[in-house]
Design a protein around this ligand. Structure first.
Ligand SMILES: [Zn+2]
Length: 322
C-alpha cells in the first residue's frame, strides 16, 4: 500500500491515549468492563470474538466484572461518561502531530493509520451522502483504555468500535502480539488497514441502524455473525474503491493497493475466523458459540465487497448463504 506523497492528512479525529493506567480510575480495572453487559462478547463489534482470544484472561475479567456490578459495571454508558469524560479526552499524546502528508504516511505506520482513517472517511462520506457523519475518534492505546461509552477495555478484546461514543479503539500492539504471534495471521502493511476498515464498517452499521437488528448473539447464522461478516464486506468495498477515492480537495490519498495487500487482508480475515480461533485456543470447533463467522466466510464477504459489491450486495441479513 502506498500513499500519494502530496496528499494532505487530517489528524483531527485520530488521537493517542498512551499506556493505560487502570489504577488511576479507582476501582479494579476502572469499574465498567463490559460495554455489552458481560455476554459472550464483552464489547460487541470488535474484530474477534470474546470466547476465543485469551480465554484465561477473560476468565479473570469475568471475576472483576462480577465484583463491579452495582458500581456501574452493568451499565454500558454510565460509568464511562461520568468517570472518564473530559480528563481522559485531554490526556492524549502528540503521537500524530507530525503526520501532515501522504509522504509522512509512506514513512510511518502511525501516519499511515491517519491516512487510512482519512480515506475511509472520504469513501463513506461519498457512499452514504447525507446519512454520513464521521466517527467521533480513532483512539490508539497500549495495554488498556478507559473508553467514554463502553467502560474499561484491555487489548485482550482486540480492536473494537464502541457505538455509544462512535469511536474506534485500537491497541497498536494487537497486530504483533495477538494477530501475528498467537493467531498466526500475516505480518504486513495491509493487515491494519483491513482491521480499521472492518471497525469503520461497524460505524457505518451504527449510522444505518443495522446494529439494532441484532437479536441472536451466537451461532453460525446468528445476527451477530451477520453483523461481523457485513463489516468485512464493507471493508472490502473500501479496499475496492480506495485508489479512486478523493479527499475534499480532489486528491486521491491511496496511490497504490497491490494484490499482495489484498492477500494480507484475506489472511487477516482468516486469522480472526471463529473456527480458527477456537481451534487454536481449545483444539475443537463449536459452531453454536460463533459470534464473528468462520475464516472462509470472513474471506468470502471481504471478497464480495472487494469485487465491487454495493451496500445491497453486503446485506448479510438477507441471505442464509453466509
Ligand atoms: Zn467486528
Amino acid at each position: 500500500m502506498r500513499f500519494n506523497p502530496k496528499a494532505r492528512l487530517d489528524t483531527g479525529r485520530t488521537r493517542d491515549r498512551g499506556r493505560g493506567r487502570a489504577s488511576r480510575s479507582g476501582g479494579p480495572l476502572g469499574g465498567a468492563l463490559g460495554g455489552g453487559g458481560g455476554g459472550g462478547s464483552p464489547l460487541p463489534g470488535g474484530l474477534v470474538g470474546g470466547g476465543g482470544i485469551g480465554a484465561v484472561v477473560l476468565v479473570v475479567l469475568v471475576v472483576v466484572l462480577t465484583q463491579c456490578v452495582g458500581g456501574g459495571g452493568s451499565d454500558p454508558g454510565g460509568a464511562g461518561s461520568s468517570a472518564y469524560d473530559t480528563s481522559r479526552m485531554d490526556a492524549g499524546t502528540d503521537r500524530y502531530a507530525g503526520c501532515e502528508t501522504g509522504e509522512d504516511a509512506n514513512a510511518s505506520a502511525d501516519c499511515a493509520r491517519v491516512a487510512v482513517e482519512n480515506s475511509l472517511t472520504d469513501f463513506w462520506a461519498d457512499e452514504l451522502g447525507s446519512r454520513f457523519r464521521a466517527e467521533q475518534a480513532l483512539v490508539t492505546f497500549t495495554g488498556s483504555v478507559a473508553t467514554d461509552g463502553c467502560g474499561e477495555a484491555t487489548s485482550a478484546v482486540g480492536p473494537f468500535y464502541c457505538p455509544p461514543d462512535e469511536t474506534i479503539y485500537l491497541d497498536t500492539a494487537f497486530f504483533d502480539q495477538v494477530l501475528e504471534d498467537r493467531l498466526g495471521g500475516p505480518d504486513g502493511g495491509f493487515v491494519e488497514p483491513y482491521v480499521l476498515a472492518h471497525e469503520y464498517g461497524h460505524h457505518v452499521q451504527n449510522l444505518l441502524g443495522t446494529m439494532g437488528r441484532v437479536r441472536t448473539q451466537e451461532g453460525p447464522r446468528s445476527d451477530s455473525v451477520r453483523l461481523e461478516l457485513q463489516a468485512d464486506c464493507y471493508a472490502g468495498m473500501w479496499a475496492h474503491a480506495a485508489t479512486t477515492t478523493e479527499d475534499s480537495s480532489g486528491q486521491v490519498l491511496v496511490a497504490e493497493l497491490t494484490d499482495d495487500d489484498i492477500r494480507q487482508a484475506l489472511g487477516a480475515a482468516a486469522a480472526v475466523g471463529d473456527d480458527r480461533i477456537q481451534q487454536q485456543a481449545q483444539g475443537t470447533v463449536d459452531e453454536e458459540s460463533w459470534t464473528h463467522g468462520s475464516s472462509a466466510s470472513r474471506q468470502r464477504w471481504f471478497g464480495v465487497g472487494y469485487a465491487g459489491g454495493t451496500l445491497e450486495d453486503c446485506d448479510t441479513f438477507a441471505t442464509d448463504d453466509l
